[in-house]
Design a binder for this molecule. Sequence first.
Ligand code: UFG
Length: 347
Amino acid sequence: MTYFDAQYTIHTEYTTLIGNISMKTILVVGGAGYIGSHMVKMLLETEHHVVVFDNLSTGYRDAVLGGDFVFGDLADRASLARLFSGYQFDGVMHFASFIQVGESIIQPDKYYQNNVACTLNLLDAMVTANVNHFIFSSTAAIFGEPQYTPIDEQHPKNPINPYGLSKWMIEQILADYDRAYQLKSVCLRYFNAAGADPMGQLRERHNPETHLIPLVLQAAKGQRENITIFGQDYDTPDGTCIRDYIHINDLCQAHLLALDYLFTYQSSASFNLGNSAGFSVKQVIDIAKQVTAKSIPVHIGARREGDPARLVADAKLARNQLNWQPQYTDLKTIIAHAWATEQQVNL
Ligand code: UFG
């Protein structure tokens, strides 16, 4: 089944629900980044009017494949006010945050300024403009060290780094904004977003790159000497950390369904998004070797601060309440899509 077939299936299965969200005007904050740019593409394909607001601090203008582009910064309340007076948005998706756990420990100010204070500016602009539907990019990092696994939505929230705490703060602020201003939100807690556009038009581009799969593929390409495994003395079968990798398109599909949920039910919710299958760092490298048919030199390094041994999602709630049906659950496919785009020089 191709990507477009998959889209079609979902349309026919959820005609009523999709009917609620056709032809909306959606503001995508951070639409030039990795997840945001894939989201913009999917919104355009499902015939929404898209407006991207991005300061290009980590994103790329050429990753925005359509819609209107507004260059701007969430720190600048005046430009947000202009943005909201220029369009009548039906919903807002917010991807513009800093995401590096290690950096957040060294520079917490950067994370609280951007991920908390700037998000508040955005929420206040929404309240002023009477825009009431918000999709928030949250993270598995809000849970901290898992007390049980797989991790469901009720799992205690004990973030162990400023990045995770900044996201959890916003989740709690959103609950207050719902009570006080009837701003309805869906918080989507991503586990490990991975892969790339199956059509090959977009890829994961971070600078510097810190994520496992792109780094492994760069080692396969010979662009870096090796991949360092951060610790092999964890309490897991092969001693390396286990993560739940979720295809970027499945993640974006969940955002579309979350919008749909907001428009249909007019109530706030939170969902964990993952495949409920854990893969160790060594397993990821082995699969990448199969996909690329290249040798991938490995260096065993020390543990990285703030890495829990095992993060695997219980995503039953999203499947049941959003009718979310991930299409690309096989890690080999996820890595194959990443590899196909990683090799394109023009992306
Ligand atoms: N890893 C290595 N070597 C590397 C890079 C990563 O061994 O060079 C390991 C990490 O230690 C971890 C796994 O590969 O065990 C995955 O690491 P990533 O950096 O790719 O992803 P994380 O699990 O650290 O982080 C992701 C998101 C964060 C989010 C977090 C939630 O990128 O934004 O999941 O748990 F907060």
